[in-house]
Design a binder for this molecule. Sequence first.
Ligand SMILES: Nc1nc2c(c(=O)[nH]1)N[C@@H](CN(C=O)c1ccc(C(=O)N[C@@H](CCC(=O)O)C(=O)O)cc1)CN2
Length: 287
Amino acid sequence: MSSAIINGKEIGQEIRSSVAERVARLKEQGLIPGLAVVLVGDNQASATYVRNKQKSCEAIGMFSELIKLPEETTQEELLGQIECLNNREDIHGILVQLPLPKHIDEDTVIATIAVEKDVDGFSPVSVGKMMLGQETFLPCTPFGVMKLLEYSGIEIAGKHAVIVGRSHIVGKPMGQLLLQKDATVTYTHSKTPDLPSFTKQADILIAAVGRANFITKEHVKEGAVVIDVGINRDENNKLCGDVNFAEVDGIASHITPVPGGVGPMTITMLLFNTVQAAETKLANKMK
Ligand SMILES: Nc1nc2c(c(=O)[nH]1)N[C@@H](CN(C=O)c1ccc(C(=O)N[C@@H](CCC(=O)O)C(=O)O)cc1)CN2
């Protein structure tokens, strides 16, 4: 029997509808949530993601502004732009699309974003708060995965979650969020010896390693929930995840497809965080 598909497009749409209602309520109170999207350089995939983020903002009545900077922008110029956005009243969320050109230090740039506008949840303060379980913006991709599990009725408490991948924006925070929901978490990565001996223990397997079709049937326990965070191109330039879907389908109880699984949730949770930022600003103003 085939695995049940966790449909990120559908779940994302449901969440976007409720975010749109929150936008409408803010507008009634005279506030339009505003997102600034900073894109540096000519990375084609980044340009597509940024366009989709802007379209998604417009679709739910939010304001978005693109700050498009050339590849040769200096770090100082970029930091200056961010300082300017930090001080703008009409901008509630700021995101700097990653990756940045090699001559710019991503950590320095991200740390410059005001924490109350850090809707990507990447800044050191946001990450620290998340680790401590304090209220903060959660990074959009792992936050989206948590929503996929919740909307699919998948129990987390007491389950063994195995993460394959240790990036700052997905793998590491993913483990923390699952831990906070009482999963037992194991971190693994591309250099873990005998990877299948770990992944085979997973009740929930998160593939976030960034390698096309890396997770095969030998990595997956019968009945596991498999979440594929990867977005890769295969040898025929076809979009694919980190999981070999055809092999794992029927072994997993549930699986996310690529495209249409985790990807749409990343943008959904960005909208969610931006509306949250605007609501918090309004609430603070009214105090
Ligand atoms: N500042 C950020 N930079 C990057 C992030 C991020 O969360 N914040 N994540 C990724 C890219 N990304 C968003 O920016 C992103 C990637 C993929 C998708 C998505 O919807 N994917 C679709 C397929 C899209 C396609 O056809 O190519 C899917 O999986 O269905 C959304 C957002 C790195 N940079």
